[in-house]
Design a protein around this ligand. Structure first.
Ligand SMILES: [Zn+2]
Ligand SMILES: [Zn+2]
Length: 329
């Protein structure tokens, strides 16, 4: 059995660490390096890396896992929107003349690094800080920006962060469906698309850059994590369809490589293939042991995590449709 350890350093000794699990070298962008994902997916012409010299040399996943210092970098996605990396976690931010609209701080050390980079590279401070969802491995460390930022999240994330005393800044502005932020001429659309990986996940859309940030529920050419643990499977499909209906080109996930809008459909189809196979098997009276090999997922065999988690994804779907609604029938 593969063991998954939390490499988000500040959380490694934290009993509350609820690392989502994509925290493994197999999901690192370097694992995709030879696959030319950007170009094949219609990608990111002209994206400019702003990595520090120490990071300029590509590291293998093994080297990454062994590295003592966290891997941190800032990469321009499009226009004034950038992607911030801390090891296997990513968030995005927009730089405007009136300050920065940032998303997940990841942890206190990472947030402190980002704060300094924003000051030295852009001479700016964070004015809005948006939490993608309530999971600590993405949103710890928000206090680093609390001196200048208004903190924004879904109402259920606000309540969990408060009630469970998360190690981050409390939420100042919460909403249930949608909220538009505007700062220094940049508009950011925050939308709740229903339950999926959590019950409070937002998508953060940057219309001018045609980019969308979504965490843990739309992995790019990567299988779902293990047995879908607390996922709301049926509603997850609805979430993905809502994102597919949005107007954007570039998909910035919370882990792994960048993608495009096409990757949302690809992941939905992967999950639907498992769902349809599980439902057909259940209705035919087959056991889980019989269902697992009956589902043809070969076209996804090159996705990250496939060998390790293909069967676990099926197991999670089987558990869900054994216990819950079968309205997909
Ligand atoms: Zn995650
Ligand atoms: Zn999560």
């Amino acid at each position: 059995m593969t063991r998954f350890t939390c490499s988000n350093a500040a959380d490694a000794d934290n009993a509350q660490c609820s690392c989502c699990g994509y925290d493994d070298p197999m999901f690192a962008p370097e694992a995709f390096a030879r696959r030319d994902l950007f170009r094949r997916a219609g990608g990111l012409a002209g994206a400019a890396a702003l990595a520090t010299p120490a990071m300029a040399q590509a590291q293998t996943p093994v080297q990454l896992a062994q590295a003592q210092a966290p891997v941190r970098e800032i990469v321009q996605i499009a226009g004034n929107v950038y992607r911030f990396r801390n090891n296997f976690h990513f968030s995005v931010f927009a730089v405007t003349p009136a300050g920065v609209i940032a998303t997940d701080p990841i942890n206190a050390d990472a947030a402190n690094w980002l704060k300094n980079e924003l000051r030295t590279r852009f001479n700016q401070t964070v004015r809005y800080l948006v939490y993608s969802h309530d999971h600590p491995d993405h949103i710890n460390g928000g206090e680093m920006f609390a001196d200048t930022a208004t903190v924004v999240a879904h109402a259920r994330a606000r309540d969990k962060i408060r009630d469970e005393r998360r190690r981050t800044a409390p939420v100042n502005v919460a909403f249930s469906e949608a909220l538009t932020l505007e700062l220094g001429g940049t508009v950011v659309e925050l939308e709740y698309v229903g339950r999926n990986h959590s019950d409070n996940s937002l998508v953060v859309r940057f219309p001018a850059a045609r980019a969308l940030f979504a965490v843990d529920f739309i992995p790019v050419e990567t299988v779902a994590f293990r047995d879908l643990h607390e996922g709301y499977v049926e509603e997850w499909f609805d979430s993905l369809k809502r994102v597919e209906a949005m107007d954007f080109d570039l998909l910035a996930p919370g882990h792994g490589p960048m993608g495009t809008k096409a990757h949302v459909r690809q992941f939905r189809e992967y999950m639907e293939t498992i769902r349809d196979g599980v439902l057909a098997g259940l209705r035919a009276g087959r056991s889980l042991d019989e269902i697992r090999p009956s589902i043809d997922l070969q076209k996804y065999a090159n996705w990250a995590g496939y060998a390790q988690m293909r069967d676990l994804n099926i197991d999670g779907m089987h558990r869900y449709y054994t216990l819950f609604s079968r309205r997909s029938a």
